[in-house]
Design a binder for this molecule. Structure first.
Ligand SMILES: Cc1ncc(COP(=O)(O)O)c(C=O)c1O
Length: 388
């Protein structure tokens, strides 16, 4: 069925869509309505971290929908408590507020940071960052083109060049409520923050009674080889935001805070109708269960070494490539020219799904349980795309 006429007539055109309709997914593969299979090295912006329709996640969701899909937050629900406990056990033992997306999680973090003290309201984030499309998250995003035509924006959002310690020092004042960081900027082009910069941000927050917030919406849930990316740096943030892979494909977002902050957002000060519903939370529990049982984090480290070694050879072969970088299975191939979209299309024509960001960075984010043979297959296709 040609869906374009229906979309043209009934769906707001907020996305550039490719003329492909996927009807089935299993593991690292997707099938279109004509039966063609695609190797998925993008996982829907790092949502399908355990592949498509992982059997344990499917079974858990099936069992849950038979019993209870939604219950309002004026009552207790078991799945929400268990998922919050899993997040705490896998991080710093704090408390979680549940919502439905990354942007919403960041909005909750901004609200908490502002509510915590009377006089501090400024949030510092980085140029090239991406934090979501709602007004607070969009204002915090450090890329002008996302904000064009939406003025006036809320005030109190300042931006610092990534890894510029001196600039960060100059921006932090007694008005600073929080510093928001992505350990690796995803939409920004797989830019990895320096250890020193992160450490300095941590110190500045301690010294100025401000909060350090890690946006782990894309980097979280094992994507970088640790459950959460802050673990690479030997520090703990005061809060982190999660979404994407947390629900294994079901919409969920979360704000996780240190215990010291657990009384800032009191009843009535923040809420979300769907936040923490049994369907989404059961999926989140299943995601943690698979990650533990299948030792996914170890596997990510092994696959990281394998793919990076191969991509380095690739870099020697193609002069177009200026850099290969990443942590875990969040990998960027930077090109010397803005050929990214072209290579993306050539891969797509050959049934490999990757992504291009910032026009010149190819982003690879396969499922974390990917096997070597799938990596070999993807690199063969990438080779053909570069060669052509
Ligand atoms: C780091 C980061 N934060 C926030 C968001 C926004 O998440 P959502 O689209 O679920 O609102 C994204 C989405 O790409 C992201 O990559």
């Amino acid at each position: 069925m040609d869906l374009k006429p229906i979309f043209d007539k009934f769906v707001l055109p907020t996305y550039n869509r490719l003329p492909i309709q996927f009807v089935k997914g299993k593991g690292v593969r997707l099938w279109d309505d004509k039966g063609a299979s695609y190797l998925d090295f993008f996982s829907g912006w790092a949502v399908s971290n355990l592949g498509h329709c992982h059997p344990h996640i499917v079974k858990t969701i099936q069992d849950q929908v038979e019993n209870l899909i939604h219950v309002p937050n004026i009552f207790y629900n078991e799945t929400q408590g268990i998922l919050a406990q899993k997040i705490a056990e896998n991080s710093w033992g704090g408390k979680t507020f549940f919502c439905n997306s990354g942007a919403e999680a960041n909005e909750a973090a901004i609200k908490l940071a502002r509510k915590r003290t009377e006089d501090k309201y400024e949030c510092i984030s980085l140029l090239k960052s991406f934090h979501g499309r709602t007004f607070g998250a969009m204002s915090m995003t450090g890329q002008a083109h996302y904000k064009e035509n939406f003025k006036p924006l809320p005030n109190g959002f300042l931006h610092c060049e990534p890894n510029n310690i001196e600039q960060l020092k100059s921006l932090v004042t007694n008005k600073t409520a929080a510093i928001f960081l992505e350990c690796i900027q995803g939409e920004g082009g797989i830019n990895i923050l320096d250890k020193d910069f992160i450490q300095e941000a941590r110190n500045l927050c301690y010294a100025n009674n401000a909060l350090l917030v890690f946006d782990e919406v894309q980097t979280g849930m094992g994507r970088t080889g640790k459950m959460f990316s802050y673990e690479h740096h030997g520090i703990e943030p005061d809060m982190m935001t999660l979404a994407k892979a947390l629900g294994g494909g079901v919409a969920i977002g979360a704000l996780v805070v240190k215990s010291e902050l657990d009384s800032v957002l009191t009843p009535g000060t923040h809420a979300s109708t769907f936040g923490g519903n049994p369907l989404a939370c059961s999926a989140g529990i299943a995601v943690f269960e698979v990650m533990e049982k299948d030792n996914i984090l170890d596997h990510v480290q092994k696959m990281h070494t394998y793919i990076i070694e191969k991509l380095k050879i690739f870099k020697e072969k193609y002069d177009l490539i200026s850099d290969v970088r990443g942590l875990g299975l969040m990998i960027g191939i930077e090109l010397k020219t803005d050929e990214g979209q072209n290579i993306f299309q050539k891969c797509c024509d050959r049934k490999l799904l990757i992504n291009c960001t910032q026009k010149n960075v190819l982003r690879l984010m396969p499922a974390l349980n990917i096997e070597k043979r799938d990596i070999d297959e993807a690199l063969d296709i990438l080779d053909q795309a570069f060669a052509s």
